[in-house]
Design a protein around this ligand. Structure first.
Ligand code: MD5
Ligand code: FE
Length: 203
């Protein structure tokens, strides 16, 4: 089922269920080429979420700032290619949400262990905000904070569960958002973790 909770935001419940094993297998391959790592923010904080990327561009942060790179700074090799399954599933969901022709060039893969969180932020490192962001959730459920356009706007809460796809664009593209600390738990396919794939057209 699909739920439009704002003009530019649609949540497709359980959309990935039949593809979950294939997606998890592809993430294992990416992790072998470009292992998950805890990045450091410009302010010097080590992020509790660990990250890797696939596609032409990968998002990263270090003391110098947030940016997209064509290569993994840990290996100096290009990021692993984006599996076709990923771009097809992201493109189909975007089209159904009202964004036809979506071709993401960046897929950030976030791994949350219990206790990991993502503070309220905007996604502002992309060149053109007319392209939506598509997010896949796998593993343990997490509470997503859906905020306004100012950091101090009180966010709504939304549960993101295994198999969910969130498409986010248009007038909602620059909303503040975040993830509350992941509760303990054990997922049958994923164990004690949540993985989020965030697709963007960054370049
Ligand atoms: C996550 N990731 O679950 C979230 C979900 C990130 C990030 O926020 O930056 O890696 S992505 C949901 C999202 C994407 C783009 C815009 C908005 C939400 N929004 O405007 O609320 O790891
Ligand atoms: Fe974000």
């Amino acid at each position: 089922s699909a739920e439009r909770f704002s003009e530019g935001a649609v949540l497709f419940h359980g959309r990935l269920n039949e593809y979950a094993e294939a997606i998890i297998e592809a993430i294992r391959d990416i992790d072998r080429e470009a292992p998950f790592r805890h990045l450091v923010t410009p302010g010097g904080h080590r992020m509790s979420v660990s990250m890797t990327s696939c596609g032409d561009l990968g998002w990263m942060t270090d003391r110098k700032g947030y940016r997209y790179t064509e290569t993994d700074p840990d290996s100096d090799r290009p990021w692993p290619p984006m599996p076709e399954l990923f771009s097809e599933l992201a493109g189909e969901a975007a089209e159904e949400a009202g964004f036809p022709g979506y071709r993401p060039d960046a897929c950030l893969i976030n791994r949350y262990r219990p206790g990991a969180k993502l503070s309220l932020h905007q996604d502002k490192d992309e060149q053109d905000y007319s392209h939506p962001v598509v997010s896949f959730s796998l593993g343990l459920p997490a509470t997503f904070l859906w905020g306004g356009f100012r950091r101090k706007d009180k966010p709504d809460r939304l549960l993101l569960e295994h198999g969910d796809v969130l498409v986010w664009g248009g007038p909602d593209r620059l909303r503040y958002h975040g993830i509350l600390p992941l509760p303990e738990g054990e997922h049958p396919l994923m164990g004690a973790q949540r993985i989020n794939l965030t697709f963007r057209k960054a370049g």
